[in-house]
Design a protein. Structure first.
Length: 333
């Protein structure tokens, strides 16, 4: 039976990239009545420095973002990673299965560690093994993510396969990355060759779910573009990364595709298209940000939802970890 798992780091506010590339996809899976498990991955967040108070606030804000986006704690398991210790326990086993060379090939490691990799945390290096544990401790089969996480989900398959092979078992399933929708890679508003990211130093590069209407409109107005009007078909976007990005965003927000957007807006200059995009963005995002703000007034309720979610998650994770320990040869498992 299919089981869906995914996670988001509470390492900053939620961006439009997270929302379109991940959150709206998560809601889709939940609506299909498939078992869905979603996690605030605080242990991943601390692979780079996080102020403790900020981490606490961002974790709650992320939970509020999940709920405000339509994830229902009664239908999906929503929880915080550090509240389910089985993730870290399985991650250790996977640290011993995965190879250094595999980790070194990860493009996110290369990007984040940069030239000064000797100074990166050991956790940042081992990050994909923890991610594999997140997924496999639930025997999850489908992992909805944006394009930037594809390599990590593929590594999860390699770790599962090597574990099964080394121990001569058929225990961990093959996991599929699911990368769907019109906005699997939302780009920076300042640079069409970089992805929109919560860690970009320029706030103008991204739309945050908590931005107010004026801020959203201003960021879209100032978004970098070329001077040409929109083309009439998708081919006309081939060499125009900034234009393509704005069209993709529009398509994802409107629930249509690129062809649909260009059928309505092809030929328009950006002075016409940008205000339309700003209006659509505000229409879709304002209800979410006001619901997030409302939920954040009751942090105790958020904490209660996360604790309940963690209990439900452990019911699934604990037996998988126990069986893993038995397979590996741990006395007392
Ligand atoms: P994170 O926190 O960077 O991003 C969360 C999700 O949002 C997607 N995403 C984007 N999609 C489209 N355009 C963008 N600009 C964009 N930016 C982010 C990401 O692809 C992701 O789906 N390692 C993961 C978190 C994680 C995880 C897991 C995911 C930990 N364990 C297990 C799946 C399964 C991460 O850092 O995502």
């Amino acid at each position: 039976t299919p089981r869906v798992f995914s996670g988001i780091q509470p390492s900053g506010g939620l961006t439009l990239g997270n929302y379109l590339g991940a959150m709206t996809r998560f809601v889709d899976w939940q609506e299909r009545d498939i078992e869905t498990i979603f996690c605030m991955v605080d242990l991943h967040a601390i692979t780079v420095w996080q102020e403790p108070e900020a981490l606490r606030r961002q974790t709650r804000e992320l939970a509020a973002g999940f709920i405000a986006s339509g994830l229902d704690p009664a239908r999906s398991i929503l929880f915080n990673q550090s509240q389910v210790p089985e993730h870290t326990q399985l991650a250790w086993i996977f640290n011993c299965v995965a190879r250094m060379g595999w980790m070194q090939r990860m493009t996110q490691w290369k990007d984040k560690a940069g030239k000064n990799s000797q100074n990166a945390s050991l956790g940042l290096f081992a990050y994909p093994a923890l991610m594999a544990a997140d997924i496999l401790v639930y025997h999850a089969t489908h992992v909805p993510v944006g394009e930037d996480q594809k390599q990590h989900v593929e590594l999860t398959r390699d770790i599962a396969a090597k574990f099964n092979h080394d121990y001569g078992v058929d225990f961990f399933p093959e996991t599929e990355p699911v990368i769907e929708g019109a906005a699997t890679r939302v780009m920076s508003l300042r640079d069409g060759s970089r992805k929109m990211s919560k860690s970009d130093p320029s706030d103008m590069s991204r739309i945050n779910l908590t931005d107010d209407a004026d801020t959203i409109a201003n960021k879209i107005r100032k978004a970098r573009t070329d001077p040409e009007p929109l083309p009439s078909d998708a081919e006309g976007l081939a060499e125009r990364p900034e234009a393509r990005n704005l069209v993709n965003i529009y398509a994802a927000l409107a629930g249509t595709d690129v062809a649909g957007v260009l059928a309505d807006h092809g030929g328009q200059p950006f002075s016409v298209f940008k205000p339309a995009l700003a209006e659509l963005s505000v229409e879709k995002l304002a209800p979410i940000s006001s619901e997030m703000a409302r939920l954040m007034e009751q942090p105790d309720e958020i904490d209660a939802i996360l604790s309940k979610g963690a209990e439900k998650a452990r019911v699934i994770a604990a037996p998988v970890l126990k069986r893993t320990y038995e397979i590996v040869g741990m006395v007392g498992a």
